[in-house]
Write a protein that binds this ligand. Structure first.
Ligand code: G6P
Length: 608
């Protein structure tokens, strides 16, 4: 993940920026840079590779000035070269950016038609040119930034400084976190509290959609609608602990809200966003063409990520998939063909049953691939190919961001398999990659339903049983919804394939039974709507998670609706996971349960 820092200081800014960037190294990066204002003039130094390369350049050619921005870049659009490194600059400003500007191609074309000359391959450069162009008619940089932000789509964070303005630093947050720090006559900007820990322990976290105008003695906050707002200051413990909760009550809430950023970061690792292709970050010791069957095995939420991926592997790669929970897989003596592929999915990489299944598959002569979040884990070490999820440390016992990052990685591998097996055309791959690029922004959008979800949760918290229904990839998500609800709130919940309703669970429907129906607009949408009709006809209480108006259009009276943006259906499960997670979180919170450490559960289950 890229890292952002900014300093409006009294002394030399450059050493402070490098110091702060060092604390962001853990996020991973492949180039770095800083820009400062020397007597009001923009100056910048960037370097490929690690921070020591940047520090060496700064020794030869020190940057002066008391205001500056710095960045560690993990390449997304364009290679990790010095030219693509941030900050990006024009004669008016320098900007650093974390995340993805989804609509950068359209904006770039518009700017080129208007005479702008692009010097990098990055999406960030469109931001530099857009604000610069805006400043032709609006000389005030604050107004110019305020006018440009609504034109940017996606999940991102930004930091700006401006030529001739040595008391002005602007930051903006959409989906990727950003905090400001308060010093004595100094102000700071950072991707997280850790970056700012050497300077201050007093912070304000920007809220979703916020942007902030900093001088050495003031911070003015604006919301997405450009209205001035107030935001709370708080003390952080980031100096003492590597992971803190930011401005969230629980790690789980923080991890849910981190998803736009970590999914974007993970996708950036697996996609070539310029060529619109999947580009796996590892060599495969086998050819997907020669694989006859894929066996997937995992536990808990990771198993449900695998069940979702089954749909993708079968649809895009025409590859038969068998999947089982690892505790069954390891003992059922499944016949596994030599040279076929077994895939293991695990956040921790230490789950005992998953590891035992892996060893069994290995003994059968299978190729072993794992999708793990902890690259040093046993499962990773014992696999021949490791597909890393870049979700960062997950502290809440109930898996959230690791799950959606697993889905993102599995989607990319399924597309790569489809291309290798020639079951997916280049055009199809392009279309699917374009859909994946939109996911972080849609996930950020989905978090905005939180207040509606919290109201629904207060009602749901009084239930004894809850039923979740879905079809296609929404079926595993229905199972995940039920799993999340029961593990966090201890309310009995069941997930069902909506089509199975009439084969049993329909007997449970009465006026006390809340039924949560996942209805993305996919090929089975109409069928799912029919299942809702069946629930309604028996007096069941329907809660719809779908596009606005879904229940109304079907002539149904839903008890509540969680409105989702309209989106393509292939990977909607990644986006629909967000309301499912938030609902379980808010029900548990409303009931006063221990959200981060539910009773009887463990984060890493290293026993059978
Ligand atoms: C435990 C956790 C779950 C997790 C499962 C598998 O049950 O509470 O959140 O999904 O283990 O863990 P893994 O680390 O293998 O993904």
């Amino acid at each position: 993940m890229c890292g952002i820092v900014g300093v409006l200081g009294q002394g030399a800014a450059a050493p402070m920026l490098v110091d702060a960037l060092r604390r962001l190294e853990y996020r991973g990066y492949d180039s770095a840079g800083i820009a400062t204002l020397e007597n009001g003039n923009l100056a910048r130094i960037r370097a490929e590779g690690k921070l020591r390369n940047l520090a060496a350049k700064l020794l030869e050619e020190p940057l002066r000035g008391t205001i500056g921005i710095g960045h560690t870049r993990w390449a997304t659009h364009g290679r990790p070269t010095e030219n693509n490194a941030h900050p990006h600059a024009t004669d008016k400003l320098a900007v650093v950016h974390n995340g993805i500007i989804e609509n950068f191609r359209e904006l770039r074309e518009e700017l080129i038609a208007d005479g702008c000359v692009f010097v990098s391959e990055t999406d960030t450069e469109v931001v530099a040119h857009l604000v610069t162009r805006q400043m032709r008619t609006m000389t005030d940089p604050v107004e110019a930034v305020g006018a440009v932000l609504p034109r940017l789509h996606g999940a991102f964070a930004l930091g700006f400084i401006f030529e001739g303005q040595d008391n002005l630093l602007i930051g903006a947050r959409r989906g990727a976190p950003l905090a400001i720090g308060y010093g004595e006559g100094e102000m700071y900007l950072g991707s997280d509290a850790l970056a700012l820990a050497p300077f201050t322990d007093t912070l304000t976290y920007l809220e979703e959609g916020d942007w902030v105008v900093l001088t050495r003695n003031s911070a003015e906050f604006y919301n997405e609608a450009n209205q001035q707002v107030t935001r709370k200051k708080q003390k952080t413990q980031a100096g003492a602990f590597l992971v803190d909760k930011g401005n969230h009550r629980h790690f789980m809430a923080k991890e849910i809200h981190e998803q736009p950023e970590v999914i974007g970061h993970t996708l950036a690792h697996y996609l070539d966003m310029v060529a619109l292709k999947v580009s796996l970050p590892f060599e495969l010791p086998f050819d997907f063409k020669n694989i006859n069957r894929l066996s997937i095995s995992a536990c808990g939420t990771a198993y449900l990520a695998g069940l979702t991926a089954k749909y993708w592997f079968e649809r895009y790669a025409r590859l038969p998939v068998e999947i089982d929970v690892a505790s069954e897989f390891r003992y059922r003596e499944a016949p596994l063909g030599k040279g076929d592929l077994s895939l293991f999915i695990s956040q921790s990489g230490e789950t005992a049953d998953t590891l035992a299944s892996l060893r069994y598959a290995k003994s059968c002569g299978q190729h072993i691939m794992s999708v793990v979040n902890v690259p040093t884990s046993t499962i990773a070490r014992e696999s021949s190919v490791v597909a890393a999820t870049l979700a960062g440390p997950e502290i809440g016992v109930a898996s959230t961001k690791a799950f959606t990052c697993q889905l993102a990685v599995l989607a990319c591998i399924a597309i790569a398999a489809g291309r290798a097996r020639e079951t997916l055309s280049e055009t199809e791959e392009r279309r699917l990659v374009e859909e994946l690029i939109l996911i972080p922004g849609l996930v950020a959008e989905a978090t905005k339903s939180e207040s509606v979800i919290s109201e629904i949760a207060h009602v749901l918290a009084k239930s004894r049983d809850v039923l979740y229904l879905g079809r296609g990839t929404s079926y595993p998500l229905a199972l995940e919804g039920a799993l999340k609800l029961k593990e966090l709130s201890y309310i009995h919940a069941e997930g069902y394939a909506a089509g199975e309703l009439k084969h049993g669970p329909i007997a449970l429907i009465d006026e006390d039974m809340p039924v949560i129906v996942l209805t993305p607009k996919d090929s089975t949408f109409e069928k799912t709507v029919s299942n809702m009709q069946e629930v309604a006809a028996r007096g069941g209480r329907i809660i719809v998670i779908g596009e606005a108006g879904t229940a109304f259009d079907a002539g149904l009276k839903a008890e509540a609706s969680i409105d989702m943006a309209s989106m393509a259906s292939d990977f909607s499960a990644i986006v629909y996971a967000v309301p499912v997670q938030l609902l379980a979180y808010h029900v548990a919170f409303a009931m006063g349960k221990d959200v981060d450490q539910p009773r009887n559960l463990a984060k890493s289950v290293t026993v059978e």
